[in-house]
Design a protein around this ligand. Structure first.
Ligand code: SDX
Length: 428
């Protein structure tokens, strides 16, 4: 990172300090504040509205222009022309695979999809009606108990095998979570299927009959996985990076990312958005519901974004996918889709949303597509976690591979009590 320009901070007491301004390949310049401690000052930026926590080469977002690139490739092109495992290879390794690399990667991941049979016993500790995300946090975290052969995170080979194991096994665990929730037997992966087909097979097959994945639904889910694969330094990825900075193993770090993703302000929004559409129920209720949003009674789930102050490019692709899937399934007059489009039209023409630059995000339409594919609502965020695992692992790997990385340790603005002496209980 070159430093072409300098900013000078001059304090009211006359002290000043020079702060380098760093430029990246794309996006805004950053003010390098690492010298600020010399003045005995911290920056103060709760929720990190203006903070670049790291440098990265993986994903670029331009929130004003509504751009999203994975390793420089626009998300629209990848969603249309690539497949999820190829995107995984790209995010992890930085380049699109050659035909040989692609075949080897597919073969490798396919042969890691089974989980240790002991892992199945973890599920029995959960109630059947436990939220699948609660189960995912626990079972994915438990993976670290099974791989003592590859926990040296400073060994690139250990990092690579852990990345492959997570990419291959999270879908299996996700499908097991669903099967446990509905009381059906676990379905083992089948190597004849590709990554997405295999996941659908493990989710929907039963021992009682043959299951053939519907190619239209497979393609739709593949596109959903691609759209959710990575997204720069969002809350869950930042959680994974912070956990990883302490040297924690990748399985525990991904479990922390799953926990952070669960919140309705983040990955839990797809489940919340679909519930919102069901609560509204009919297009005739849209105006009243939107008024409730403007009265700040609740948020419009699937709308708004910390970075995108324009249409989330993923939402546009998701809307198109929604339309294609519903058409293919002859569900064109799907009430939820009509409701979502009416809600979008109403919100995007209302000054309240326009002034606040609130647009549909990736979660606004994804729930409708997932529902049409047959994924139950309580599994929507699990689908997000499955897809985002490659992003978390790629960002974790990039951080650990940087020999200069250090443990993340933010400071604070202390507003508590000054020093005071202990008061015995008799005097309180
Ligand atoms: C994801 O970071 C990522 O990249 C995340 C993600 C990824 O791929 O990793 O893109 C995935 O998490 C997408 C976002 C999913 N969340 C939702 O759809 C939940 C609903 N959205 C909001 O909770 C909100 O928009 C956030 C959390 C997404 C962003 O909130 P910010 O950046 O903290 O903005 P804010 O809350 O300060 O809002 C600014 C204003 C406020 O109004 P005023 O106080 O100025 O009057 O906009 C309002 C907010 O009340 N506002 C909304 C709103 N989102 C913001 N009002 C109604 N409905 C909304 N959805």
């Amino acid at each position: 990172m070159e430093s072409k320009r300098i900013a000078t901070l001059t304090m009211d007491d006359g002290r000043s300090i020079e702060l380098p301004i760093l430029s990246g390949t794309l996006g805004p310049d950053v003010l390098d504040l690492r010298n600020l401690a010399k003045l005995g000052l911290f920056t103060y930026d709760p929720a990190f509205f203006s903070t670049a926590s790291c440098s990265s080469k993986i994903t670029f977002i331009d929130g004003d222009a509504g751009l999203l690139y994975y390793r420089g490739y626009p998300i629209e092109q990848l969603a249309e022309k690539s497949d999820f495992l190829e995107v995984c290879y790209l995010l992890l390794n930085g380049e699109l695979p050659t035909p040989t690399q692609q075949a080897e990667f597919r073969e490798l991941i396919t042969h890691h999809t089974m989980v240790h049979d002991q892992l199945a016993r973890f599920f029995n500790g959960f109630r059947r009606d436990a939220h699948p995300m609660a189960v995912m946090v626990g079972v994915v975290g438990a993976l670290s108990a099974f791989y003592h052969d590859s926990l040296d995170i400073n060994n690139p080979e250990h990092r690579e095998i852990s990345a492959h194991r997570l990419l291959a096994k999270v879908p299996t665990i996700a499908a097991m979570t669903h099967k446990y929730n509905i009381g059906e037997p676990f379905v083992y992966p089948k190597n004849k299927f590709n990554y997405v087909e295999n996941f659908m097979y493990m989710m929907f097959a039963t021992p009682a009959e043959e299951y053939v994945p519907n190619p239209v639904l497979v393609r739709a889910l593949e596109r959903i996985f691609i759209l959710h694969a990575d997204h720069e330094q969002n809350a869950s990825t930042s959680t994974v990076r912070l956990a990883g900075s302490s040297g924690a193993n990748p399985f525990a770090c991904v479990a922390s990312g799953i926990a952070a993703l669960w919140g309705p302000a983040h990955g839990g929004a797809n489940e919340a958005a679909l519930k919102m559409l069901e609560e509204i129920g009919d297009v005739s209720h849209v105006k009243e519901y939107v008024q409730g949003v403007k009265d700040k009674k609740y948020k419009l789930m699937g709308f708004g974004h910390r970075v995108y102050k324009n249409m989330d490019p993923r939402a546009s692709v998701m809307r198109q996918t929604c339309y294609e899937v519903l058409k293919e399934l002859k569900l064109e007059n799907n009430k939820l889709f009509e409701l979502a489009m009416e809600l979008e039209k109403t919100a995007l023409s209302d000054p309240y949303f326009i002034e606040r630059k609130l647009y549909p995000n990736v979660d606004f339409y994804s729930g409708i597509v997932l529902r049409a594919i047959g994924i139950p609502t309580n599994m929507f965020t699990v689908i997000f976690a499955l897809a985002r695992t490659i992003g978390w692992v790629s960002q974790w790997n990039e951080m650990i591979a940087d020999a200069d990385h250090k443990i993340g340790r933010p400071r604070q603005l202390y507003l508590g009590e000054k020093k005071r002496d202990y008061v015995p209980i008799k005097k309180r």
